[in-house]
Write a protein that binds this ligand. Structure first.
Ligand code: BG6
Ligand code: MG
Length: 215
């Protein structure tokens, strides 16, 4: 029986992909590095520094660790500026209703995100107090696909991993959930989440019963 649902944040509960894209694009353009939305898709679920490494795969020169840290900081400053425009209307379709339905049934809910900006995003959505636990990139040593973020969320919820379900939009997050010994439900299309049987285009396309069904 599923007693808790752990949601990834970016791409599952909130639409921040385009804001990440715009902030990275600004940096890539300034450095003359080719970057497009297809490459941006590879950044889903991975940490900020790993995202930068993926972008730098196309760079003509190499960068020192100090320069890389400065670039990641510049991207984050641009991203946080963009996040200031976020409103509750940026919650993804079905997210708000699914959270209410789960909570009405007494199912615990958590956020398990690689982002270090999760608390700002939740504040902008008006969801700072909406979850039983929030674990983000500030709480963990190892980013997805390492299972740490979900294992810690289950621990904070007081629910064994086998009774947790993870909702994810990124392959790295699906791997992390499996390695944590948890069931997974995907948000997205089969081409983006290969090998995942239980998935839907958005939370608006799945009922609470279907989400909680084991299988
Ligand atoms: C994840 C996003 O939620 O957070 C990734 O899917 C992002 O694209 C990662 O790189 C880290 O985010 P932040 O906000 O700490 O730069
Ligand atoms: Mg995601």
């Amino acid at each position: 029986m599923i007693r808790a649902v752990i949601f990834d944040l970016d791409g599952v509960l909130v639409s921040t992909d385009d804001l990440h894209y715009r902030a990275w694009k600004q940096l890539a353009d300034a450095e003359g590095i080719q970057f497009d939305r297809a490459i941006n898709h590879r950044l889903r679920g991975v940490s900020r520094m790993q995202s930068l490494e993926i972008i730098l795969e196309r760079a003509a020169r190499s960068y020192s660790p100090e320069r890389k840290a400065a670039m990641a900081d510049a991207k984050n400053a641009a991203y946080r500026d963009l996040l200031s425009t976020l409103t509750p209307a940026d919650a993804l379709p079905g997210a708000d209703a699914m959270l209410s339905a789960l909570q009405a049934r007494g199912v615990k809910t958590a956020v398990g995100s690689s982002s270090r900006n999760a608390s700002l995003i939740l504040e902008k959505l008006g969801w700072s107090d909406r979850f039983d636990a929030v674990v983000d990139g500030n709480d963990i040593q190892h980013s997805k696909p390492h299972p740490e973020v979900f294992v810690l969320a289950a621990k904070r919820l007081g629910v064994p991993p086998a009774q947790c379900l993870v909702v994810e939009d990124a392959a790295a997050g699906v791997d992390a959930a499996r390695r944590a010994g948890m069931a997974v439900f995907g948000i997205g299309t089969p081409d983006r989440l290969p090998g995942l049987i239980r998935l839907a285009p958005s939370l608006a396309d799945v009922s609470v019963d279907d989400l909680l069904r084991e299988g």
